[in-house]
Ligand binder design. Structure first.
Ligand SMILES: Nc1ncnc2c1ncn2[C@@H]1O[C@H](COP(=O)(O)OP(=O)(O)OP(=O)(O)O)[C@@H](O)[C@H]1O
Ligand SMILES: [Mg+2]
Length: 481
């Protein structure tokens, strides 16, 4: 360095030092001597002068972008809440109806240091009270009506990392907070009874794939299918198909079809849109309902064979059209139609007790991608139920019950009903053995009295009704009101 450069450097350093000292001095005395209305002007001027000589770069993220909430602010708030650490002295804590757990946010004037790919950054939260009426500013007044203070996150780091922070760190925060928000979100259940309504009901159904009793292989195949669907955005666009997947659940009442839908919603964290076709006035009403659904959701049409007559399709549709009713082709148009691509990541679940009654057009491959048979309770489903209800993995009565389940057709709902009767495993399982024996005896007596498959069917019908009244539930019963 030449003597001249050395002297320039010295003078620069002394200028920075004096600006810094002056800035600090001004800050400390400004509150007493500078009139309120000029304070922010004076502070800002010194602030910008100071920054001209600083190696630090600062990004300010205000809570509002004009009159609208700033999405970056919201993302930063969620992100910082997830990284508060032991060095944080004070936090803000809250929970709304739409949050699963407690929500942590950074408190005023708190600082958090974060390290991203070896870049050290400092976050600080500033609050300024909104003095409404001080300026004739409409936006300010609007915001003042919503909150009493304006919040702003200040992000500081070395100038040389500007590009990394802008191009990698901030997008990383946006992505991470999106995922965190998804995870903490409460699943909603919408019903077409009131055209979905503005805000659905909170669905807090405890059923998960861990607690659902069904054939292990089918369950795993379904989970895999859901996983690849969720990750399939690029795949679906590459093959030119709408990003949707259809599941048909069929089986007798009480075998867990509604429970499986709840488990799917919990697994995917998707909202449920429960479509009662008997409430749909026309195909155009159906179309507007389907267009009103958000993405990442499950459209459920339960008991499709009961809500729409699927037999003699053409003849029926003629009649139904006269009454301006929803038709099967209206539904099928949605499943296949061009506007089914509006909104992404949609799962459609159709349930029925009578797969044999369904129109072949609905069963065609590509419409319902997976057909899942929810069948009577067999040994593996029984063991899952016993673990759920009694918290045991084994018992001396298991073999006997397993053998009875080979010959008696009972639903998981029937078994669950018996297991609920006592918390004592032996009492509960003995009760179940008795229940199965009585059912078997009834079945055999009926067969020997009347003989033939008709009697068997009559018996099955009788027991189906019992299941419906005893323990089946539909989606309207599984909301947390
Ligand atoms: N596979 C299962 N695993 C765990 N619990 C089950 C299962 N099936 C039924 N149950 C129990 O029985 C109750 C009724 O089951 P669910 O309503 O899911 O049957 P469903 O097949 O939807 O009947 P429906 O055809 O009448 O609508 C559930 O709340 C649950 O407690
Ligand atoms: Mg059901």
């Amino acid at each position: 360095m030449s003597p001249e450069e050395m002297s320039n450097m010295k003078s620069l350093i002394s200028t920075i030092a004096s600006v810094t000292a002056t800035a600090m001095l001004v800050r400390s005395i400004a509150s007493d001597f500078i009139p309120k209305e000029y304070r922010s002007y004076v502070f800002d001027s010194f602030h910008s002068l100071f920054h001209r000589f600083s190696s630090q770069f600062t990004i300010l993220i205000h809570e509002f972008q004009g009159p609208s909430p700033n999405l970056v602010f919201e993302a930063v708030e969620v992100y910082l809440g997830s990284i508060v650490n032991s060095s944080t002295k004070s936090i803000r804590l809250g929970k709304t109806e739409n949050d699963k757990g407690l929500v942590i946010t950074m408190d005023k004037d708190e600082e958090i240091i974060d390290v991203f790919e070896d870049v050290k950054v400092t976050w600080r939260m500033e609050c300024r009270r909104i003095e409404s009426g001080s300026q004739n500013d409409e936006i300010k007044d609007m915001i003042a009506a919503l909150c009493s203070e304006l919040r702003c996150y200040e992000l500081k780091f070395h100038k040389k990392h500007k590009e990394k922070v802008m191009k990698s760190y901030l997008p990383y925060i946006m992505e991470r907070s999106k995922n965190a928000k998804e995870e903490s979100r409460v699943i909603k259940l919408y019903s077409n009874f009131r055209n979905w309504g503005s805000d659905g009901m909170n669905l807090k159904h405890p059923m998960t794939f861990d607690t659902l009793a069904m054939d292990e292989e089918v369950k795993n195949a379904l989970i895999d299918d859901l996983e690849s669907f969720v990750k399939g955005k690029e795949y679906y666009s590459r093959i030119g198909k709408a990003w949707k997947r259809g599941y048909l659940l069929y089986g007798p009442p009480g075998t867990g079809k509604s429970s499986l839908i709840a488990a799917m919603a919990n697994h995917l964290n998707y909202d449920i849109y429960d479509l009662d076709l008997t409430e749909v006035r026309s195909n155009s009403n159906l179309r507007s309902l389907l267009l009103g659904m958000s993405g990442r959701s499950i459209l459920v049409i339960e008991d499709i064979d009961c809500s729409i007559n699927l037999e003699n399709r053409e003849q029926k549709e003629e009649k139904e059209n006269k009454h301006n009713r929803v038709t099967l082709s209206g539904i099928l148009n949605f499943l296949d139609g061009i506007w089914s691509c509006c909104g992404e990541e949609r799962v459609i679940v159709v349930t029925t007790n009578h797969i044999d009654k369904l129109d072949a057009a609905l069963l065609r491959p590509g419409r319902m991608d997976m057909h899942i048979n929810m069948s009577y309770c067999k040994s593996s489903a029984f063991k899952q139920l016993v673990f759920n209800y009694l918290n045991i993995h084994d018992h001396e009565l298991f073999d006997q019950i397993g053998e009875l389940l080979q010959v008696v057709e009972v639903t998981p709902a029937d078994v669950a009903g018996e297991l609920l009767k006592s918390k004592n495993p032996t009492i509960s399982l003995r009760g179940l053995v008795e229940f199965l024996k009585i059912k078997l005896q009834k079945e055999e007596t009926l067969k020997s009295q009347n003989g033939g498959p008709e009697a068997e069917e009559a018996f099955k019908d009788e027991t189906k009704h019992e299941s419906i009244h005893d323990s089946s539930e539909d989606l309207s019963n599984i909301v947390d009101l």
